[in-house]
Design a binder for this molecule. Structure first.
Ligand code: IPE
Ligand code: IPE
Ligand code: MG
Length: 251
């Protein structure tokens, strides 16, 4: 869609895009490489997508980098992923900072090494005043765990007498989850062909538009992202209303 000045009209673009970056292992195996070789190739795709989102004025990009279930993988693969996570933070945070990108992490940090935890805190502090794209990395994240911790904190507040059980509402639950201050994802993308959520942002995806692609994550580029946004732009988001109601609201 172009406006009168011939520029692309981005007013309907998703504000928050959340991606399950899947298919690194299969990408490597297709090339007769060990599956762990797919992960560094996946980091290159991350850089392309971050650049795209920053240039297109997307507000928030959330990337599922490591799930709370991924610890079940072979030890060598987990250790390669941890090394890559640390190395990528060391190499890329200055560049993100220069590009006015704010970096945040969601997920349970205590299971990571001290060194990784420290680098996560430093990276967040270094970029916290940036006002461009917010890049959220979900690391050791699980939607069930996020909800469990939220329930625990609300239960504690009830126990302390700070709130009554009947006061608990959707807003309060949302506030107790990760990233309460960011809008819910408008567009969810999963690469690699699987059609499941794999314990990603369960609460926050309630009204998100889903886009699945068979493309493996290391092959993901600006064009694939543009295609996903194009698909998103064809959707009518009704939030429970009828199509006629939605149309009369937008006209
Ligand atoms: C996603 O790619 C990366 C992580 C889960 C860390 P996979 O490693 O799951 O790749 P496939 O699905 O096995 O091909
Ligand atoms: C989901 O991918 C998690 C990440 C991309 C980090 P998986 O490859 O772990 O998902 P499943 O096991 O196929 O559901
Ligand atoms: Mg996978």
């Amino acid at each position: 869609m172009q406006n009168k000045q011939g520029e692309t009209d981005k007013s309907h673009y998703p504000k928050h895009i959340a991606i399950i970056m899947d298919g690194n292992g299969r990408w490597a195996q297709q090339r007769h490489l060990p599956r762990v070789m797919g992960h560094p190739a996946g980091v290159k795709a991350v850089k392309r997508v971050v650049k795209f989102c920053a240039e297109q004025d997307i507000q928030v990009l959330t990337l599922f980098a490591f799930s709370s279930e991924n610890w079940r993988r072979p030890k060598e693969e987990v250790s390669k992923l941890m090394g890559l996570f640390m190395g990528t933070m060391q190499k890329e945070v200055d560049r993100l900072d220069k590009n006015n990108i704010r970096l945040r992490f969601i997920g349970e940090r205590a299971d990571f090494s001290e060194k990784i935890q420290q680098k996560m805190v430093e990276s967040e502090q270094q970029t916290e005043k940036n006002t461009g794209l917010t890049l959220v990395i979900a690391a050791n994240y699980g939607g069930h765990r996020d909800l469990t911790l939220a329930m625990r904190s609300l239960a504690q507040q009830v126990k302390d007498g700070a709130i009554m059980p009947e006061e608990i509402d959707e807003t309060m639950i949302a506030s107790a989850l990760s990233i309460p201050d960011l809008p819910d994802p408008d567009l969810f993308i999963r690469t690699g062909g699987e059609k499941r959520i794999s314990n990603f942002l369960l609460w926050q995806l309630a009204y998100t538009e889903f886009h699945f692609t068979n493309k493996l994550w290391p092959d993901f580029d600006a064009q694939t992202m543009q295609d996903a946004i194009g698909d998103f732009l064809t959707r009518e988001r009704r939030f429970g209303r009828t199509s006629e109601q939605v149309q009369s609201m937008t006209n």
